[in-house]
Design a protein around this ligand. Structure first.
Ligand SMILES: Cc1cc2nc3c(=O)[nH]c(=O)nc-3n(C[C@H](O)[C@H](O)[C@H](O)COP(=O)(O)OP(=O)(O)OC[C@H]3O[C@@H](n4cnc5c(N)ncnc54)[C@H](O)[C@@H]3O)c2cc1C
Length: 461
């Protein structure tokens, strides 16, 4: 986790074995004036689970990995340090491939941070976010008390399901609902370049992907590929359908015939194997989901947007030009909403990006060489700035799990709710006020502080 020698180091790393170790770590760091950074899977986009510029300790939940699946009542208790991949594996194993859990793509993410920020993925059009499917939790508050849903109350239980990890206390475990999946699902991947009609297909995709039958989730990955004269834009149409190829093809013929999806583009497999496929792990045994070590050690920057109006072909062409203008450009990963996401109220949990949004864009820029960081960050900002007219406005919305400190930060523990609205309303819209109100009740002194933690709100808005 500390690939650069300049990264600030903690006073201690606590790896608790029992809840009482977490309670002691909270109480002692409060007494001795250390900040706490809680780490579950360590995938935070800004490193806020293991970096602080003030004296701090890390509570690393790597030993909190237990997963107890209860097939009879279709739920599971998952400890915060378990990874998404471990959860997928255990549910598939114990339900004999009949059940799953709706959450994200990268199997090494921890459920502590991932569900705490929402958790979007290939099942969201059918079942909503990971956080929409949490029914109880164990949580340790600023006083070191262990609380569950009943003892914490509905306001705090609302806030921890999508309000972004780390603002309220330490999540010990989530109780999640399992969701049914068929024995066979179909995975398809169709890459198209500009020369193969990518612009027109992407334009149509924007119109149809959020309206598809909700058993179909089709995302697009847009990136500049090739060198010099052969440099072009490639749009990969990547989908998982909850059913067989035979069931999928007639649906696609009605909804998106222009893509020309055929049997040769599709593979049938179990749902758990589809999670390997979309994570780029095809060919590995499914047990790789149990391996929590990071496979790549890159630098990266992420930013996000929500698109509410279809971008015209002419405007898409100008966006591609910006992506092709230099030798580096972030990729855009576009994930359609609609379906179940449209039915859940904006205020149901802190994640507010529901009906009215066509798709989410993640700008993702990886690089290897630390000395080139500025150039890669500038390229990411350039594309993000160029996208301004095409994405949501007032506020320009972002997704808290793709944490982005460029949106604004808390300079210290005294940053007020009004000051923090500049970034907070981008992630949470109107829910930011309720989050800040909950914070004022459960952590009024703002002990669980970081550069983008929810500030307490003590007055009138
Ligand atoms: C390669 C990659 C792919 C991704 N794909 C997706 C995706 O498909 N869908 C999606 O929605 N997101 C995705 N994400 C984003 C991911 O959901 C967030 O980075 C998430 O916060 C990771 O959780 P974590 O536990 O691994 O991270 P951590 O770095 O451990 O934690 C993230 C934040 O939550 C806090 N936190 C962690 N655990 C706890 C806890 N137990 N109690 C209280 N606070 C806690 C941390 O302090 C930190 O602020 C991806 C990230 C990466 C790097």
């Amino acid at each position: 986790m500390f690939i650069s020698s300049t990264t600030p180091k903690p006073q201690f790393i606590v790896t608790p074995l029992t809840e009482s170790h977490i309670q002691a770590a909270v109480i002692c760091s409060k007494r001795y004036g250390f900040l706490i950074r809680v780490r579950s899977g360590g995938h935070d986009y800004e490193g806020l689970s293991y970096i602080s510029h003030k004296a701090f300790i890390i509570i690393d939940l790597v030993k909190f990995q237990e997963i107890n699946v209860n097939i009879a009542d279709k739920t599971a208790w998952v400890q915060a340090g378990a990874t998404v991949g471990q959860v997928y594996y255990r549910i598939a194993e114990q339900s004999n491939n009949t059940h799953a859990f709706p959450s994200g793509v990268c199997p090494t993410m921890g459920v502590g941070g991932h569900i705490g920020g929402g958790g979007l993925g290939f099942l969201m059009r059918k079942y909503g976010l990971a956080a929409d499917n949490v029914v109880d939790a164990y949580f340790i508050d600023v006083k070191g008390r262990i609380l569950n849903r009943k003892s914490m109350g509905e306001d705090l239980f609302w806030a921890i399901r999508g309000g972004g990890g780390a603002s309220f206390g330490v999540i010990v475990a989530w109780k999640i609902n399992l969701v049914p999946v068929p024995a066979v699902v179909t995975v398809c991947n169709i890459p198209k370049t500009l020369e193969q009609g990518a612009t027109s297909l992407f334009h149509i995709w924007q119109n149809v992907a959020h309206k598809f039958d909700r058993n179909i989730f089709m995302r697009t990955i847009v990136q500049a590929v090739g060198a010099q004269k052969r440099r072009t834009i490639e749009v990969a149409f990547q989908s998982v359908f909850l059913g067989t190829i035979k069931e999928l093809l007639p649906l696609m013929k009605i909804s998106f015939p222009e893509l020309g999806l055929g049997v040769k583009d599709c593979n049938e497999m179990s749902w758990v194997n589809s999670t390997l496929s979309v994570a780029g792990l095809t060919g590995n045994p499914v047990e790789i989901l149990l391996n929590r070590s990071q496979r790549t050690k890159n630098y990266f920057k992420g930013k996000s947007d929500f698109v509410q109006n279809v971008i015209s072909e002419t405007d898409l062409e100008s966006i591609w030009k910006v992506m092709l203008a230099q030798d580096i450009s972030p990729m855009m990963i576009d994930e359609p909403l609609g379906g179940r996401m449209d039915e859940i109220l904006e205020s149901s949990i802190p994640f507010p990006h529901r009906v009215g949004n066509l798709y989410n864009i993640q700008y993702f820029m990886p690089w290897q060489n630390g000395s080139a960081t500025t150039r890669y960050l500038e390229a990411t900002k350039r594309l993000y700035n160029y996208m301004t007219p095409y994405v949501s406005k007032s506020p320009r919305a972002s997704y808290v799990n793709y944490k982005d400190l460029d949106l604004g930060i808390n300079h210290d523990v005294n940053t007020t709710y009004l000051e923090a609205r500049v970034w907070g309303e981008k992630y949470f819209k109107g829910n930011f006020l309720r989050l800040a109100t909950v914070k004022s009740k459960v952590d009024p002194e703002n002990f669980f502080w970081n550069e983008q933690s929810i500030p307490p709100f003590h007055g009138r808005a």
